[in-house]
Design a protein around this ligand. Sequence first.
Ligand code: BGC
Length: 926
Amino acid sequence: MVPNKENSTMNSHNDEVVDTKNDYLSGERVSGAQVNGVRGAHYCGGEYVSDVRVSAVRVEHYSGDVLGIAHTSPRLSWDYEGIPTQGDRVLVSVVREGVEVARTQDSVELPAQSHVLVDWPFDPLAPREEARLSVQLVGSDAQPAAVRVESSMAAWELNADFVGPAWSEPETDHRHLPLVRTEINVSGKPVRARLYLSALGLVEAHINGHTVGEDVLNPGWTVYRDRVEQWAYDVTDMLHEGTNALGFLLGDGWWRGRLGFDGGIPNVYGDRIGVQAQLEVRLDNGQVLKFYSNAWDETWHAARGPIVRSDLYEGETYDARLEQKGWDEPGFDETTTQGTIGQWDPVAEVVYDQYKVKPASKEAVRAQGENRPVSISKQADGTYLLDFGQNCSQLINLHMKGLKTGDVVELRHAEVLDSDGSLATRTLRRGQQHNTYISNGQDAWWQPRFVMHGFRYATISGYPGELTADNLVCSVYHTTMRRTGWFNSSNTLLNRLHSNALWSMKSNFVSLPTDCPQRDERMGWTGDIDLFAPTASYLYDVHNILGSWLTDVRSEQLNCGTVPFFVPFVPLGVWAKPEAIAIWGDAVVAVPWAIYMDDGDTQLLEQSWDLIHDWIAEVEGYLSPDGVWDRKLRYPLGQLGDWLDPSAPPEDPTQAITQKELVATAFFARSCKQASYIAAALGKGEEEEHYASLYERIRTGYIARFVQRNDHTGLRMTSDTQCAYALSIAFGLFEGSERLVAAAGERLANLVRESGGKVSTGFAGTPYVLPALSATGHIQEAYSLLLSTQCPSWLYQVAMGATTTWERWDSLLPDGSINPGGMTSFNHYALGSVAQWLHTGIGGLESLEPGWKRFAVNPFVGGGLDHASTAHITPFGQARVDWKINDDGSAVDVHVEVPYGSTAVVPALDGKELTAGEHNIKIKLS
Ligand code: BGC
């Protein structure tokens, strides 16, 4: 059974409710024509023509066209503008064609009603076959919605090898990066061409002098030991009849660059880099040509290029004097550089199992807008200091002009400034984000290729003349994702808090979910995404990026024998020998669960089942007979507990006030409960029962061990902390006893009052404290905690000028100085998990059933706010709540949007249901 929160205590606020418009509440739309019972239609040429139209069509969980996906029968979803009527049908048409497959056409009519993840209605796609789809409501004269999808090549069709330089290289760091090139003869007019591209390292492909696509940092980071991804590009327009040139810049990236903290580890996956390229071209006479990267036909050559040093975290050095003009164009004379550093030599193969090359399973990292400098100031030594106003993952493209040969321009980046106004680089540790450009005397625009930086401020030294904003473009980078969530209110600090959480998410969704984007770390820490996943899946469609990451988590679980602390795993310092720890390991259940609650797709649950099953089985074996997880660990830090609660000293974040075994047991109970729901969704009755009874056993042990006193004077837990009560309430650990739940709520509210509204939770407790307060009717305390600006609190960060969520509550101390802890980031999303309460608590929008089939509209009005709104693109379309206190302050007007296929439930109207359309309701304030 999946949870049904309709009867939960979320509706315990006691506002009086008045149903203003009964029509609306019975499901009629507020706007839109009504003709003869057909909603949204017009009369045309003697017939009623529907005004409803299909507005967008999607394939699997991609928005827009998608090339090279693994699915041969991808599922389809589409949205409607307007609301179809019972009996409406859609026409799905397809035009198919492949490199070697002739053009065919087909169409099928389907009921309009199901429009989410509809099974592929045609024969499966052949490998590398393209389908142009269009979907239209039958009887509508509106333009159909269209999308293009193309399947990947089959594993056995991959003939290209990985190739790279044959010269000997330094063992680690500061390796001169290669260029790889070849020329090919296209013996006719190309009408269709695809490049299938991958790399051990990072690659940027060029054809005839132009860059292929806009993706950066490809092929992205996966557990390379088990898979590396392949990306497909339509390069038809880049080729011509005759000689064409293919060129590739290669970078160290995650493959052999230095990864992680405590000095990091280089060459984690190998010490040689290589590109794999397979180009397939169809000519107008139907002939198909195929070109493969290889080391045996002697047409693929490598030379040292202009990037003389590159490290993802540390930065890149580009020596423009080493550029070879025309290297990526046909007719380039490779012999002119003989004897110099840029000499071209045959490539060598870099051996890698071809069957581990897999079609890309997510969207690529790309530029996603720009930040303009808000100030550019010249220091006494001529160095420019730039403030971009926004901390995030970004890169500067700089116009190098007026430089003489050999002149050096240096760019450094940091999140914050030290008290003397200089860049604060201590917290970056080894990841110094320092780029260097050496000029060849010609003007050029330059941006480093194989790095990523997290910063708000930058310095540029060695820049001649006046540096103005016109001389640079600062692009924001993250994995391409569809934005699906918004929040706004009358409180500007809260709006900034929400925006900060959003920016931290974007900054840390760069190929995989990481902890931070700036220092020498940037690992896929499992605990951080465990706690942030519900927020992430509200804000963006994260199915693909997190689904891809979960594949890696499974790989590492098999490799490590447990779920390691971060994925991909790198054996760093004290973390070198993974052991099962709560929250971080529990991510394997929480992340698929959060995605499923958002998109209702059981495929990801199927894919994650072994991962979930093995995690629960492993930890079940560690529990004490009473179900408590208190086993001592061998690795030095033990359970991380309520990591970084504000009482922990800067140098020891594990010294939290809540007992670690309490936290561990609570989270594992949550995992067992979610796993039983997952088993139910997958029809695995036996496991469902087992996990449900395991949950009961743990719950009983938890109460016996951690509830110290529960008499008329009130409840006390062994850890009398906000975290302990919040977890107990939010995970339902006291369910079945209303008295215990109420007492826990009372005690939690008291602790908040006693603290004067100061936060006292760390990573673990933070997402749950406001939901626990509101679930037990303590709305005022929830708002007092949320709206406090004292240190520590969410709005303290905002008041201190934060533009992202910080790792520590006090990454910046009240005196403006930087927290002395060696681990101090200004861009971690974990504490931004509070944004979910802004959506569900303040906005009042919450998914009740997987995929938003049913959702609650239940805003908690308070905190001095006079209006708020939130919207989420559900699989069915947009759900939205806007509320506003009316002019005389006596009531709240709520406007609700319910998408077609979904039902909203209003607990404050006795569970009244709202069907598709727009509705206005009024809630009287007491
Ligand atoms: C990371 C965290 C992570 C933690 C676990 C830190 O260094 O930045 O976000 O979860 O370690 O101990």
